[in-house]
Design a protein around this ligand. Structure first.
Ligand SMILES: C[S@@+](CC[C@H](N)C(=O)[O-])C[C@H]1O[C@@H](n2cnc3c(N)ncnc32)[C@H](O)[C@@H]1O
Length: 231
């Protein structure tokens, strides 16, 4: 049996997905209602959110301090599988929240024989909850969650990175990629969850920048981009 499907990891993930669904229900409903009322598309709504984040992402995400905004169970299993497939031992995550995606990735590290995941999260209360969740899942020894702005806390990532998950402020995907880019080893996987920023997509889909990238038909509408560092 793998670490994902049994024992504390499976129990904690099951609990966190249920808690997240309740905590985020009103937030999701409000977003959908705004989109319907304004007659905009999801892409237009995302563009609006990116513009607002550019003005002040810290305040916006502080307002989501109690929200999980977590990956779905389907995407989580994909995270585990891809981290296993590329035999990841070093993973960087931008946007930890309560640690749901972190648990999927750290479970893969465990089954890969060990390693390190460096996470980043703006909100101190979320960092505390993510650490407690990882502890309960028996994965805390594999994870270093850095509290504060990922643009600062991920500056000194050293060594080679096998997998980068970008899942924080929508407006920061490109700056975060460029920050970690020198550490990506050839063949490294970069996953953008909610990768809606046209600037990010334009950069990562341009082969001249050293990537092969395409959208992932998983959780359609969530802007999932799958990228491999090709050179
Ligand atoms: C979509 S949630 C992440 C969900 C998480 N990956 C999961 O699946 O459980 C985005 C998170 O990124 C955090 N965040 C936003 N901007 C950030 C920044 N500049 N540095 C670090 N964390 C940030 C937010 O506080 C929020 O908790």
């Amino acid at each position: 049996m793998n670490a994902l499907s049994r024992g504390p990891v499976a129990w904690i993930l099951d609990r966190l997905h249920r808690e997240g669904e309740i905590a985020d229900r009103e937030h999701v409903r409000a977003i959908m209602a705004t989109i319907e009322a304004s007659g905009t598309t999801l892409e237009q709504a995302a563009a609006q959110m990116i513009a607002e984040e550019r003005a002040d992402y810290r305040t916006i995400y502080h307002g989501y301090a109690d929200n999980f905004l977590a990956v779905s169970p389907t995407y989580g299993r994909f995270l585990y599988a891809i981290a296993r497939a590329c035999k990841a031992t070093r993973i960087v995550e931008f946007g930890t929240s309560m640690g749901v995606s972190t648990i999927y990735l750290a479970a893969a590290l465990r089954d890969n024989g060990g390693g390190q995941l460096i996470g980043s999260e703006l909100e101190p209360a979320k960092v505390a909850r993510a650490r407690a969740n990882l502890d309960a899942a028996g994965l805390a020894d594999l994870v270093d969650i850095r509290e504060g702005d990922g643009l600062e806390t991920l500056c000194d990532v050293d060594g080679e990175v096998d997998l980068l998950l970008i899942d924080g402020a929508f407006a920061l995907y490109l700056p975060v990629l460029k920050l970690v880019e020198p550490r990506l080893k050839p063949g490294a996987v970069v996953l953008g969850e909610n990768a809606f920023d046209p600037g990010y997509l334009e950069y990562i889909r341009n082969p001249a920048n050293g990537y092969v990238s395409q959208s992932l038909p998983l959780d359609e509408g969530r802007g999932n981009e799958f990228t491999v560092r090709a050179s």
